[in-house]
Design a protein around this ligand. Structure first.
Ligand SMILES: Cc1cc2nc3c(=O)[nH]c(=O)nc-3n(C[C@H](O)[C@H](O)[C@H](O)COP(=O)(O)OP(=O)(O)OC[C@H]3O[C@@H](n4cnc5c(N)ncnc54)[C@H](O)[C@@H]3O)c2cc1C
Length: 390
């Protein structure tokens, strides 16, 4: 029996395991994939994620695999682009490397890894007391723990088996991969938006970029015959030819995922804690996912340590985590919905871009709220979102 079983070795799971193992807790990570593995992601790390990696003590190692970013270039359909400089250092880092590095750090701190898929939870009455794992050869085995951490991403099995998964709005679908040949990449993430879709180019180095096209499901279905041609068409339509797929070539596999939606009714249950995407997923347009996974891991690990130290106060520790996660995510979800108006309503995107050019401070505040430098609710001030959208 372990003190803690962590399901999933993405940023949320590995960071939670790392912090617990460093505090002397016996942690087992159960991960179904063989690492290094691809994760469908824009691979942008905002300033808050960079700070969290620093607090975890892995930032220098991450920098060795990452590319520095200087800002975001927003290109609304049919209007001139506007560049918003990042107020704090941000990075681009391929997830194969980032996730493997975080997992290695957790193992070096003393966590154990079991490669298996979690199929079910073990219960004692209403309490979760472990997980049932299935190995590649189909063998089933039980792993008991004082606490199970569900860090198994959007569509979390742990959340579903706990009965915590909530209905969520139908999400868009993402298709992408790594490409070369986009011409000069100048350290800006490029976001082309309009007509319910967006297309992001994130430079992983001077030549190679992560490219993600996020579209409604109907459009993806129409592309089934030739997805690369569909992506190219969507990119050309949104970018007005600013970036073309004509000269670009894919490096490695194309990846896709959807629908981009997952919500939970609560991030804790007796014997279990959800972190990262498992505790609620936000539309990736605003690039907060890895940041939220890492700060969620910090908060969840602190709650578990407090509960182990003073068992009489365990329920307060978990309730504190749940309150923070629910409130922070609610503000961030509202913020995402407001920013999503730019994707869905092209005239709004054009107006917002021209206002951002006139009032760059509004853009800076918005980026700071997204990256956790200031509370997310500050973005709702009249001189920020009000100025951009009203
Ligand atoms: C299209 C797209 C673009 C994005 N772009 C960005 C971006 O640019 N910047 C950003 O910050 N965020 C972005 N995100 C969000 C970001 O990818 C996630 O928020 C982040 O990966 C969450 O980390 P996590 O550890 O919670 O989950 P994950 O990274 O999903 O890790 C979950 C892990 O659990 C494992 N697992 C799942 N089920 C089981 C099981 N039953 N048993 C055992 N193991 C299991 C999986 O194999 C995986 O390794 C994007 C997401 C998408 C979909």
């Amino acid at each position: 029996m372990s003190d803690v079983v962590v399901v999933g070795a993405g940023p949320a799971g590995s960071a939670t395991a790392l912090l617990l193992a460093r505090a002397g807790i016996d942690v087992t990570i159960v991960e179904r994939a063989q690492f290094p593995r691809r994760k469908v992601c824009g691979e942008y790390l905002n300033g808050g994620a960079v700070d969290a990696l620093d607090r975890l003590g892995v930032l220098d190692a991450v920098r060795g695999r990452a590319h520095a970013l200087r800002g975001v270039r927003l290109v609304p359909e049919g209007a001139p682009p506007v560049v918003l400089p990042f107020p704090r250092p941000a990075l681009a880092c391929a997830r194969e490397g980032l996730d493997a590095l975080l997992l290695d750090a957790a193992l070096a701190a003393g966590a154990t890894l079991e490669r298996a898929r979690v199929d079910d939870l073990i219960r004692d009455g209403a309490r979760c007391v472990g997980v049932r794992v299935r190995t590649d050869d189909g063998t089933l085995a039980d792993r008991h723990a004082r606490v199970v951490v569900g860090a198994d991403g959007s569509g979390s099995v742990v959340a579903r088996k706990l009965g915590l998964t909530a209905r969520s709005k139908r999400g868009r679908y993402a298709v992408g991969g790594h490409y070369r040949g986009f011409g000069t990449l100048d350290g800006c993430v490029e976001m082309y938006v309009g007509g319910g879709a967006y297309f992001a180019i994130n430079p992983l180095d001077a030549e190679r970029a992560n490219v993600m096209v996020v579209v409604p499901k109907e459009r993806l279905a129409r592309w089934s015959a030739d997805v690369d041609a569909g992506m190219g068409g969507a990119a050309a339509a949104l970018g007005r030819g600013a970036r073309s797929f004509a000269e670009a070539s894919r490096v490695g596999a194309r990846v896709s995922v959807g629908p981009l939606a997952h919500a939970v009714r609560a991030p804790v249950a007796p014997g279990a804690v959800l972190v990262g995407d498992a505790a609620g997923f936000l539309d990736p347009f605003t690039g907060q996912g890895v940041f939220l996974a890492l700060i969620g891991a910090e908060r969840a690990a602190a709650a578990i340590l407090a509960a182990f130290e003073t068992p009489m106060r365990a329920s307060q520790a978990y309730a504190g985590y749940a309150r923070w996660r629910t409130a922070d995510l609610a503000w961030r979800r509202r913020l995402c919905r407001s920013v999503a108006l730019l994707i869905d309503v092209s005239p709004l995107a054009r107006r917002a871009a021209s206002r951002l050019a006139r009032f760059p401070g509004a853009g800076t505040t918005l980026l700071e709220a997204l990256a956790g430098a200031i509370p997310p609710e500050r973005a709702f001030r009249l001189d920020v979102l009000g100025r951009l959208l009203a």
